[in-house]
Design a protein around this ligand. Structure first.
Ligand code: SF4
Length: 237
């Protein structure tokens, strides 16, 4: 699997290769079970039921790193953060920031295009309870690392959505940039920042989960502040 990730010469190659990954038995079983049983409101739809590739610009200056696809969002539509409430909040914010051509993301053929931005997840298959195991995270890491490597020429800033993504960035940075992560690791927090020489800046942002957005822990204004800072660090504003 790691070999297939490394051999992917382009993002298109990587997207195809990751979509055909079966390396984690528990996640393969779960993504397929969800796709077969479906949520009642989507029962007429064909679920994707496979790993969900990254999405967005190949020359991205700004990357958004998430946790993993949602069972009835990305795992249903086949596009990251597409077709669920988390995506509604995220893409509305990206549109306000001028990084997306539309504020919604509902299906793979909805016309969405991102500017200067790529979105990917630390784990590419939907996990039960949104909780991958450490072993699954490590097994999936080569896909993330290769994707970061492929956008490395332009990448300037990474927005980590939540503590899981924040933690996943350090091994990615070490693998792709050959830079040893700081010890101790900087703690995740909303608005937390870290920057080092010759690596993208890192910004922490609360995850756009319903748990955070419904409770007001993460507001649209807070997201706007994060993306304004990210654009500034990426040289986009
Ligand atoms: S989580 Fe990653 S490594 Fe595991 S099966 Fe899915 S794509 Fe493959």
């Amino acid at each position: 699997m790691a070999g297939r990730a490394r051999r992917s010469a382009t993002l298109d190659d990587l997207d195809v290769a990751v979509s055909d990954c079966f390396a984690c038995p528990r996640l393969v079983a779960w993504r397929e079970e969800v796709a077969a049983t479906k949520r009642a409101s989507f029962r007429d739809q064909e679920y994707w039921g496979r790993p969900v590739p990254g999405y967005g610009a190949g020359d991205a200056r700004l990357a958004i790193l998430g946790l993993a696809p949602a069972a009835h969002g990305g795992n249903r539509t086949g596009r990251i953060f597409t077709g669920d409430r988390s995506g509604d909040v995220l893409f509305a914010a990206l549109h306000r920031a001028g990084l997306a051509n539309q504020p919604t993301s509902v299906s793979r053929d909805d016309g969405l295009a991102l500017r200067d931005t790529r979105i990917f997840a630390a784990v590419r298959c939907a996990p039960p309870d949104n909780k991958p195991t450490p072993g699954e995270r490590d097994t999936c890491a080569p896909w993330l690392h290769r994707e970061v490597e492929l956008v490395k020429p332009t990448l300037r800033v990474v927005v980590a959505l939540g503590a899981f993504a924040w933690a996943a960035w350090w091994p990615a940075m070490a693998a792709v940039y050959g830079v040893r992560p700081p010890v101790p690791r900087p703690a995740f927090g909303h608005g937390a920042r870290w920057s080092g020489a010759d690596v993208p800046a890192l910004i922490g942002c609360y995850h756009v989960s319903q748990q955070n957005t419904f409770t007001g822990r993460l507001t649209p204004a807070m997201l706007d502040d994060v993306f304004a800072a990210a654009k500034h660090l990426a040289g986009l504003a």
